[in-house]
Design a binder for this molecule. Structure first.
Ligand code: GDP
Length: 369
């Protein structure tokens, strides 16, 4: 019937029946997709604007830039951070550490929902030295904090997986700045007592909480003294399992802490019991943080500590940049290799070899000018 209407042989007819198409055109307009992709690359201004207006998608994308190892991403991230700095610094930064399984996530979930319920905006970050791809991660991807993950006033971000712990530290500090500029007034930094991760976390928070379990005795022996010294509070978690034992453990920890020299800030570390399941002690946990903040703000230590942390970043950054420059300098790797050999063959002392390497590096620098 169509044959009658359609004149197949007329090339000018608008009613042509196409034979089956050999090459179907893509159902998406490639050009448009490209344009969209390009559009997605926000400018620094757009990033800053988005962050300051608490746009979580923009915040997440900015954090991705911070975490990226691409040079251009890093450049952009630094410009965003610099613009956000004047709006940062207003949160209370709390570190939480403890061995895997002690209940950090569960406690953060219990504490966090209380805090957001009280109108706070909470960012939960992590420092996980095991999160490099090959080793798997101890802290996991934090999908365990289900309530918080779906809470519009909470923002959960897993640990950056930036090779060295120094790299992770720097990125986490920068992420804190972005979160604060986005209006988060409490930042929790979670970490495990692996390697130096708790030292790194401690170097960027105002208050440091150590979670422990009640099987004191051995536990007390095993725990690194350094971690206890850093703690502003210790909480014996899972207290509902055996309240008496938990109380006993708390007393033992309090005794152990009392033997340490007094803190420069005048704060005496507090020990208490808690249960992320029943909620016992969770309020005490936050009240302790608030007491600490009030006390150290009134005696000025709060600001002194932040200033010291900032100044340490300055010297650490200079140190690591110099070290990097040295090792990347042409010829240094080969000379190092030769020096290693000579040292092992007793041809030269390690001290002399190091001095020579450094002298030659400085000479190389002046030659280059
Ligand atoms: P994390 O590895 O330190 O983050 O520990 P998790 O928060 O993942 O908790 C480890 C296990 O301990 C989980 O099975 C939790 O359900 C459990 N847990 C956490 N807090 C408590 C608590 O207060 N009481 C009891 N009985 N179990 C808890």
């Amino acid at each position: 019937m169509y044959d009658k209407i359609i004149d197949k042989d007329n090339p000018n007819s608008a009613l042509k029946v196409q034979s089956a198409l050999e090459h179907r055109p893509s159902s998406v307009n490639e050009e448009y997709v490209l344009r969209l992709k390009k559009k997605k690359e926000r400018s620094v201004d757009e990033f800053v604007e988005g962050i300051l207006s608490s746009d979580r998608i923009v915040l997440s994308q900015a954090i991705t830039l911070v975490e990226s190892s691409r040079w251009d991403h890093q450049q952009k991230a630094q410009r965003i951070i610099e613009r956000c700095l004047p709006y940062a610094g207003k949160s209370i930064r709390v570190g939480i550490t403890g061995v895997p399984g002690v209940g950090k996530s569960t406690t953060i979930e219990a504490l966090g929902t209380k805090l957001t319920g009280a109108g706070h905006k909470l960012a939960v970050l992590a420092i996980d030295p095991t999160s490099e791809k090959t080793k798997g991660s101890i802290l996991g991807d934090k999908t365990r904090m289900e309530t918080l993950a779906n809470d519009p006033n909470a923002f959960i971000r897993p640990s950056p997986s930036a090779g060295s712990l120094g790299g992770v530290a720097r990125k986490t500090r920068e992420i804190i700045i972005l979160c604060e500029a986005a209006g988060f007034d409490i930042v929790l930094v979670e970490t495990v007592g692996v390697g130096q991760s708790e030292v790194v976390a401690h170097s960027m928070v105002d208050f440091f909480l150590l979670l422990q379990l009640a099987n004191a005795g051995d536990e007390l022996q095993g725990i690194k003294r350094g971690i206890m010294e850093m703690a502003d509070a210790i909480s014996i978690n899972k207290s509902e399992l055996d309240p008496k034992r938990a109380e006993l453990a708390a007393r033992q920890y309090a005794n152990a802490l009392s033997l340490f020299p007094e803190n420069e800030n005048g704060w005496k570390p507090v020990v208490f019991t808690s249960s992320a399941y029943t909620g016992e002690g969770i309020e005490k946990m936050w009240n302790t943080v608030m007491e600490y903040v009030a006390q150290t703000k009134s005696n000025g230590y709060f600001y002194k500590k932040r200033n010291e942390q900032n100044l340490r970043i300055l010297s650490e950054t200079v140190n690591s940049a110099l070290v990097e420059h040295f090792y990347d300098f042409p010829g240094v790797q080969e000379k190092m290799e030769k020096a290693r050999e000579d040292i092992l063959n007793d041809k030269v002392s390690a001290y002399v070899a190091a001095q020579r390497l450094i002298e030659e590096y400085f000479e190389g620098l002046t030659d280059k000018k």
